[in-house]
Design a protein around this ligand. Structure first.
Ligand code: SF4
Length: 212
């Protein structure tokens, strides 16, 4: 993690991280951007979030948009029809049940439509500065297994295993470091092992082909 901390300096940051930094860690914008980011290229997430936030920046104003309007604003993020419905329903619940604010507890975040542990953990880490959560997405799951930190089949299993196998001081940074590394070096197919700064520490578990 110490090597990664210096290596990611200067690399392109993940989209939600950029939005969080530029919006002073606004919990609502972190939540919505994370909802949009699932299985979507970072540039697409960033552009879609920017369009949406230009029209509505609060749960109250966004809840007033129709699903059709949200669809048009967030297209072409993947599953935009689904995501538009979730965004609308989440905003409605934030207004009706949580006084127009993003809740700060995991159990409450998980009540929001479309919000799973990945999104909830990222909101807690980025917006509420939690030091007790690890956000596991597909990059974190893949790289933790390649590094041999865990041996798991799903991101949820990986999250629980990482609490046991990593030092707590790194938990809030695991997502940022591994997502950035996953987008730039330890890619899903043909990872760039020859150019990887953490190669001396990596048993390359499950890696069969690497980039030339
Ligand atoms: S050595 Fe290869 S598999 Fe291991 S972290 Fe680096 S790029 Fe990923």
């Amino acid at each position: 993690m110490r090597v990664l901390a210096s290596e990611i300096d200067g690399l392109e940051l993940p989209a939600v991280e950029k939005i969080s930094n530029s919006q002073e860690r606004d919990p609502f914008q972190v939540l919505i951007a994370t909802l949009l980011s699932a299985r979507t290229q970072d540039a697409t997430t960033l552009a879609a979030s920017t369009r949406l936030f230009k029209v509505a920046r609060t749960p109250k104003t966004m809840a007033k948009l129709t699903v059709k309007q949200i669809e048009k604003l967030i297209y072409p993020v993947s599953f935009y029809l689904h995501k538009a419905r979730h965004v609308k329903a989440t905003c409605r619940m934030l207004v009706d049940r949580f006084g127009g604010r993003v809740p700060t507890r995991m159990e409450e975040l998980l009540m929001l439509p479309g919000v799973g542990r990945k999104t909830a953990n990222l909101v807690l880490i980025l917006a509420f500065k939690s030091l007790k959560n690890i956000c596991v997405d597909t990059h974190v799951h893949r790289i933790s297994n390649r590094l041999g930190w865990v041996k798991t089949r799903t991101p949820d299993e990986t999250e629980q295993a990482l609490y046991a196998t990593t030092a707590a001081r790194w938990w809030p940074y695991i997502n940022l470091y591994l997502v950035t590394w996953g987008q730039n070096v330890c890619r899903p197919v043909y990872p760039r092992c020859g150019a990887c700064a953490i190669r001396p520490y990596c048993p390359q578990m499950g890696v069969t082909r690497v980039s030339k």
